[in-house]
Design a protein around this ligand. Structure first.
Ligand code: DAH
Length: 339
């Protein structure tokens, strides 16, 4: 092939894909390509023509290189060669949808079932003063019951500001700011200075309940708690009240439900008793009513308080409290269909 034929061939070589461009490169510019061969032929060209022949090959090499470099960026942009084009009939990649946190699910359920019987929702601050967290709730200063609460103090000054240790502080705020009849529940986060383990944490969540009106009795409390337990854990659930002590209620009780895991037959979760403790409750102590501006000669009421983690633990068999705050997707994903 003479050099002018070669020039025409370089110019007319069909290049419409990445593959054809590569064939072009190998054919003309590759280490065994035509241009290399032409340079090799240079040795056999008579001396007088050597210079001209050499210059012409140089020009042809340049021509081939320019054509290659011009087409390369355009053709490499073809991200989807024909055989790999997108198939629009294929299902798309699913978007990973989040889930509600188990504590949010349980809190929502509790709010809903109490709102059905006329309770509204109230909230208070997590940074609380001594009055709302303790004194108004009938914890005298230096009373040993304060030690039960492992308080995180923010400031040991006159006001003794602390992270609230329970949501009972919200009942004080509600009583101070409204008048009976009061029917409210107060969900929220509380803090205690405890070492973190499977069974204890330095923060957790509670729901407080409060009902104040004329003639509210212990029977009302019992029936309300039975309704709550059966709505949340099923209509066969039984409750049991054991006498207890809280400074802000008199009389006070702790409430157990029949074990939801073994149907009260006895298992490791209920420690073979058939019962699970779920909350504390009682009739609001007259001292508390009076401290909050409600006449205890006219009104009476009941209160109760429960841990949301504990309820979620029983509903979903969560074995370690730390799971709730670690945000491990493998844990959270299990609640995708729970709401
Ligand atoms: N505040 C208590 C606690 O954190 C729980 C509690 C017990 C709340 C009895 C109440 C109640 O309202 O009546 O341990």
């Amino acid at each position: 092939m003479n050099l002018s034929e070669l020039k025409r061939e370089i110019q007319s070589f069909k290049i419409s894909s990445k593959e054809e461009l590569e064939s072009f490169r190998i054919h003309f510019l590759g280490s065994k390509g035509i241009i290399k061969q032409k340079y090799a032929e240079l040795k056999t060209v008579p001396n007088l023509q050597k210079k001209e022949f050499g210059q012409e090959i140089n020009l042809l090499r340049k021509l081939a290189e320019e054509r290659h470099d011009l087409l390369k960026p355009q053709l490499s942009k073809t991200a989807f060669p024909k055989t790999e084009q997108i198939d629009l009939s294929m299902p798309g990649n699913p978007i990973n949808i989040g889930s509600h946190h188990p504590l949010s699910i349980v809190r929502k359920e509790i709010i809903e079932l109490f709102s059905t019987i006329g309770f509204n929702v109230s909230e208070g601050p997590e940074i609380e003063d001594d009055w709302h967290n303790f004194s108004a709730l009938n914890f005298p200063k230096e009373h040993p019951a304060r030690d039960m609460q492992d308080t995180f103090f923010i400031n040991k000054s006159a006001d003794e500001i602390a992270l609230r240790t329970h949501t009972s502080s919200v009942q004080v705020r509600v009583m101070e700011n409204s008048s009976p009849p009061i029917r409210t529940i107060s969900p929220g986060r509380v803090y205690r200075n405890e070492a973190i383990s499977a069974r204890a944490h330095c923060f957790f969540h509670q729901v407080e309940g409060l009902y104040i009106d004329k003639g509210v009795s212990f029977a009302d409390l019992k029936q309300t708690l039975l309704y709550f337990a059966q709505e949340l854990f099923g209509s066969k659930t039984k409750i049991r009240l054991r006498p207890s002590y809280f400074p802000f209620t008199e009389p006070s009780a702790e409430v157990d439900i029949s074990c939801t895991i073994c149907s009260a037959k006895g298992c490791s979760v209920c420690k073979y008793t058939g019962w699970l403790e779920i909350l504390g409750c009682g009739m609001v102590d007259p001292n508390v009513l009076d401290s909050c501006g409600i006449d205890s000669n006219v009104f009476s009421g009941f209160a109760f308080g429960m841990g949301i983690e504990r309820i979620a633990q029983l509903k979903y068999k969560v074995s370690d409290l730390r799971f709730y705050s670690e945000n491990d997707i493998r844990f959270l994903d299990q609640f995708k269909s729970a709401l």
